[in-house]
Design a protein around this ligand. Structure first.
Ligand SMILES: [Fe+2]
Length: 295
């Protein structure tokens, strides 16, 4: 590891700001140390990396296979024009949905391991990303609540969570052939039964138990729908409080990597008349430990 490496823990129960190395040029030994730091802190923030998108993909792949190589999360169309903030624009609906606390791909058969995320164009104000520490949240739960959720599971669906914010998301099968290159590609809008996931997830590498909740979760088997929703809302409200949250105000050139097995995250609002361009690489979960429960 280079002697210039500087690791500064964030003002939260997790996370660190890491400077003194170029992610593009990290040696195998340096990466091994980064991976160790990633497991320890769950969120690493690397200011001023200015990584090229292709280098981001190469870096992300060092964490494991990729579920999504590179997706632009942006309110710009392919031609660079700003999208209209209208209900019909599915990408705008997805960006707004992302402003609710969630873990990535819990609505897929295998949830994501993590993500590399970088800022390319940032608005003058707003547009931060926030993360929340689900291991610390579980550890802080009152014993009564811990006992109550032990053994419970919830279904996870992107159609469910988008419908809840007023987006009339259509299953991919129904909308086939109706999307064009500028539209959201429909990822996650599948017709299969929503995966069922335990509310308590044991991190496969650290062994730490954490809450697996977020906006995609609904319909706890054995509870009435309203009771299930109230419990899931209560858990999010409790979990996503200081010191278990951290919000990063982006500068163009920043790169982060987070662990999706123990953190929730959400985008923060901004004036959507202003461009915001982020690149997201989604690291695939291990099917042995990130698969949904058998249904
Ligand atoms: Fe996300």
């Amino acid at each position: 590891m280079g002697s210039n490496l500087c690791v500064e823990p964030l003002e939260a129960s997790f996370g660190a700001r890491v400077t003194g190395l170029s992610l593009t040029d990290a040696s195998d030994a340096a990466f091994k140390e980064l991976y160790r730091l990633w497991l320890e802190y769950a969120l690493l923030i690397f200011p001023a990396q200015h990584m090229a998108p292709e280098d981001q993909v190469i870096f992300a792949r060092r964490f494991g296979g990729l579920e999504i190589e590179l997706a632009a999360l942006s309110n710009l169309r392919g031609d660079g024009s700003v999208r209209d903030d209208v209900p019909e624009d599915e990408m705008m609906q997805i960006l707004k949905g992302n402003m609710g606390w969630h873990a990535d791909s819990t609505y897929m058969p295998v949830q994501a391991k993590g993500a590399v995320f970088s800022a390319h164009r940032t608005p003058r104000t707003g547009g931060a990303t926030a993360w929340a520490d689900m291991g610390a949240a579980y550890a802080a739960l009152a014993p009564g609540m811990r006992a109550r959720i032990e053994g419970l599971a919830a279904h996870h669906s992107l159609i469910h969570s988008q419908t809840k914010i007023g987006h009339a998301a259509r299953p991919a099968g129904e909308s086939e052939g109706t999307r064009n290159a500028d539209d959201y590609n429909g990822y996650g809008f599948h017709d299969d039964p929503p995966p069922l996931r335990a509310l308590i997830k044991v991190h496969p590498e650290t062994g730490q138990p954490g809450l697996l909740i977020g906006r995609h979760a609904f319909g706890i088997p054995g509870l009435a729908p309203a009771e299930s929703e109230a419990l899931l809302d209560e858990l999010i409200d409790f979990a996503c409080q200081p010191p278990r949250i951290y919000e990063h105000d982006w500068a163009a050139g920043d790169t982060v990597v987070w662990d999706n097995r123990c953190l929730l995250h959400r985008g923060r609002p901004w004036d959507m008349a202003e461009p915001r361009v982020m690149y997201h690489s989604r690291i695939a979960g291990d099917p042995v430990t990130e698969s949904a429960m058998p249904s």
